[in-house]
Design a protein around this ligand. Structure first.
Ligand code: HEM
Length: 218
């Protein structure tokens, strides 16, 4: 039974989740563009690509003001995102699966790196969740769904780590890992995880506007 679920999750369901994820993010980008055009109707079209790009770069490096005022949160942000992207895209088991299903392949990281990076991502998630629960001003802004997103992102990391350490029943752990990764892909376009696409366009818009007003776009 578990074998059948695993085969389905690493086979047909992979096509479905990937397509849903990509189409969902594309839909959110198009919708953002439509809403933005409506909001700007009648205003002069004076988008400033230079300010927009500078603002994105300042956030990614990070040279923005938030990075200076909240260094620990910034560190946790990078401690979460670097492992997510590096392990998600370059862990050998992931690359092999993509190669088998989609015929695409690229270099991998040494397997030993995956454990350390996953622990770093989990520690960063715990920090971000702790801050949401304890920080006086952030506490008031935090809703259940914010914590649910953090928990959802933690699930594939926890189960992937457990599977790699061979904790519990190996096939069960791997199946839970793959299913929780599908859950992240499927909900991403319709939760705050959509920021993986919208970050770039909303930061570009803010950077351009704030740059024009000379109040500092980052
Ligand atoms: C192009 C890729 C991405 C960009 C540019 C990006 C950018 C950001 C930024 C600017 C923040 C807010 C600051 C911070 O906490 O670091 C953030 C938070 C976060 N991101 Fe991403 N991200 C990306 C991909 C992802 C992916 C793939 C996931 C998970 C599947 C993810 C999960 C999260 C989570 C859980 C938070 C914390 C939210 C919270 O504290 O409530 N991000 N991201």
């Amino acid at each position: 039974m578990i074998r059948a679920v695993y085969d389905f999750a690493t086979g047909p369901m992979l096509w479905f989740s990937s397509a849903f994820f990509l189409c969902g993010l594309a839909y959110r980008l198009v919708r953002y563009r439509v809403l933005m055009s409506k909001a700007r109707q009648g205003l002069p079209a004076d988008f400033r690509p230079g300010w927009a790009l500078a603002s994105i770069v300042h956030f990614l490096l990070p040279l923005n003001r938030t990075a200076r005022s909240s260094p620990w949160s910034t560190l946790a942000g990078f401690g979460l995102h670097i492992p997510l992207l590096v392990v998600g895209l370059f862990f050998s088991a992931h690359v092999v699966m993509v190669e088998q299903r989609f015929g695409l392949s690229w270099p991998t990281i040494p397997d030993a790196w995956a454990d350390g990076l996953t622990v770093l991502a989990l520690a960063s998630l715990a920090f971000l969740a702790g801050k949401r629960l304890l920080h006086p001003s952030l506490k008031g802004l935090t809703e259940g769904k914010d914590l649910a997103v953090l928990g959802l992102v933690a699930l594939p990391l926890l189960t992937g780590f457990a599977a790699h350490q061979q904790w519990g029943e190996s096939l069960l752990m791997l199946t839970l890992h793959v299913l929780s990764a599908h859950a992240v892909l499927i909900v991403a376009p319709f939760t705050k995880l959509t920021h993986m696409a919208l970050f770039f366009v909303s930061r570009a818009a803010t950077g351009s506007d704030f740059g024009k007003r000379e109040v500092g776009p980052w």
